[in-house]
Ligand binder design. Structure first.
Ligand code: NAP
Ligand code: GLV
Length: 311
C-alpha cells in the first residue's frame, strides 16, 4: 500500500512535522517535497502554499490535507484539482490556541491597556474605569470551529456575546445573527468585534468603512482571520476619525507586514505576526493518519472543504 504523504509546507517547520509523523504515525511515508521530484504516484499531500504547477503532476492524488484551518491560499491556485477531496485542519491545539488569543485580546481591549501604557509612560498613577464583562458586548464574525469555541469561553468569562454566521446557530448564551440582512443588527451593539471568518468571495473586504460605521463609536477590532478581510485604508481612516478606537491585527494583505507600513506606527493598533494560533504537528499527524486509515477502509472523510463555497 502506497502511503506517501508529500509535504509542501513552504517554510512550515518541516523538522517538527518529520518528527511528529515518525513518532505518532510511522505507517505514513512522510516526504518533504524536493523540486524536480517525481510526484506522479503520490496519493496524499499535506500543503500550506504549493509551488506553482505541482498539482497537475500529481496524477494519482487521492486526498489533499491543508496545514491550516483556512484553505484560501490553496483554493486561490486554479490548478488545484477540484475533484480530489480537500481536508482542512481541525485539531484541538489549533482551537485552544485561538481561544487563548481571542480571550487575551478581548481582555486587553476590555481593560483598555493602552490607557495604562500612557499613564506609565509619564510615571502617573491614574486608575481608569472599565465596565463589568456582562456590560461589555463582544461580537464574533464566524461561528465555526474556532468562533464557536471562542464564544463559549467568552460567555464563561461573563461577557455579553453575540455571533454572526452564514446559517442560523444556537449556542448557549450567545445571541446569534445570520446572513447579510442581520449584519447591521449584529454590529449595532458590538463594542469589540472579532473576525474569525474564512476568506471567500463573499467575505473579502468585509471589514470596511461601511461596516465600521455601523459599530458603536470607539469600538475595537480584532482580526485573527485573514488580511484579505480588512480594507486597510478604511481602518486607518476609521481610527483617525475615532470611530474605531483600537485594533489588534494578526493577519495582513502582505505578510510579513513591510517595515514601512503605516500600521507599525499607528497608535492603539497592535500587531501580532500571524501566530494567533498554530497547527500542532503531533496532534495533526495523528488526525491525518486516522483520516487516511478511514479513507483506506472506504469510510468518509471529516472536514472536507466545499470548494464552491470556499470553506
Ligand atoms: P469554519 O469552521 O469553517 O467556520 C467558518 C464560519 O464562518 C462559519 O460559522 C460560517 O458560517 C461563517 N461564514 C462563512 N462565510 C460566511 C458569510 N459569507 N457570512 C457569514 N458567515 C460566514 O472555520 P474555522 O475553523 O473556525 O476558521 C476560521 C478562519 O480562521 C480560517 O478560515 C482561517 O482563515 C482563520 N485562522 C486564522 C489563524 C491565525 O493564526 N490567525 C489560525 C487558524 C485559522 P456557517 O457556519 O453558517 O457556514
Ligand atoms: C492559519 O492561519 C490557519 O488557517 O490555520
Amino acid at each position: 500500500m502506497n502511503r506517501t504523504l508529500l509535504f509542501v509546507g513552504a517554510g512550515a517547520r518541516t523538522d517538527s512535522w518529520i518528527n511528529a509523523f515518525a513518532e505518532v504515525a510511522p505507517e505514513i511515508d512522510f516526504q518533504p517535497y524536493e523540486p524536480g521530484q517525481d510526484v506522479s504516484d503520490v496519493p496524499y499531500c499535506l500543503a500550506w502554499k504549493a509551488p506553482p504547477g505541482i498539482w497537475p503532476a500529481m496524477k494519482n492524488l487521492k486526498i489533499i490535507f491543508g496545514i491550516g484551518a483556512g484553505v484560501d491560499r490553496l483554493l486561490a491556485d486554479s490548478s488545484l484539482p477540484r475533484d480530489v477531496p480537500l481536508v482542512r485542519m481541525v485539531e484541538p491545539e489549533l482551537t485552544r490556541g485561538m481561544v487563548e488569543y481571542v480571550l487575551w485580546q478581548c481582555l486587553f481591549h476590555h481593560r483598555k491597556v493602552w490607557e495604562l501604557e500612557a499613564a506609565q509612560s509619564c510615571s502617573t498613577w491614574r486608575p481608569h474605569s472599565y465596565p463589568a464583562p456582562w456590560d461589555r458586548t463582544i461580537g464574533i464574525m464566524g461561528l465555526g470551529e474556532l468562533g464557536s469555541a471562542a464564544a463559549e469561553r467568552l460567555v464563561e468569562f461573563g461577557f455579553t456575546v453575540r455571533g454572526w454566521s452564514r446559517t442560523p446557530k444556537s449556542l448557549p448564551k450567545v445571541e446569534s445573527f445570520f446572513g447579510a440582512d442581520q449584519l447591521p443588527a449584529f454590529l449595532s451593539k458590538t463594542e469589540i468585534l472579532v473576525c474569525l471568518l474564512p476568506l471567500t468571495a463573499d467575505t473579502r473586504g468585509i471589514l470596511n468603512a461601511a461596516l465600521f460605521a455601523q459599530l458603536p463609536r470607539r469600538a475595537s477590532i480584532i482580526n485573527a482571520a485573514r488580511g484579505g478581510h480588512l480594507v486597510e485604508a478604511d481602518l486607518s481612516a476609521a481610527m483617525a476619525s475615532g470611530q474605531i478606537n483600537a485594533a489588534t491585527l494578526d493577519v495582513f494583505e502582505t505578510e510579513p507586514l513591510p517595515p514601512e507600513h503605516p500600521f507599525w506606527s499607528t497608535e492603539r493598533l497592535y500587531i501580532t505576526p500571524h501566530n494567533a494560533s498554530i497547527t500542532d504537528p503531533r496532534s495533526a499527524a495523528w488526525r491525518i493518519a486516522k483520516q487516511i486509515a478511514k479513507f483506506e477502509a472506504g469510510e468518509g472523510l471529516d472536514h472536507v472543504v466545499d470548494c464552491a463555497r470556499g470553506y
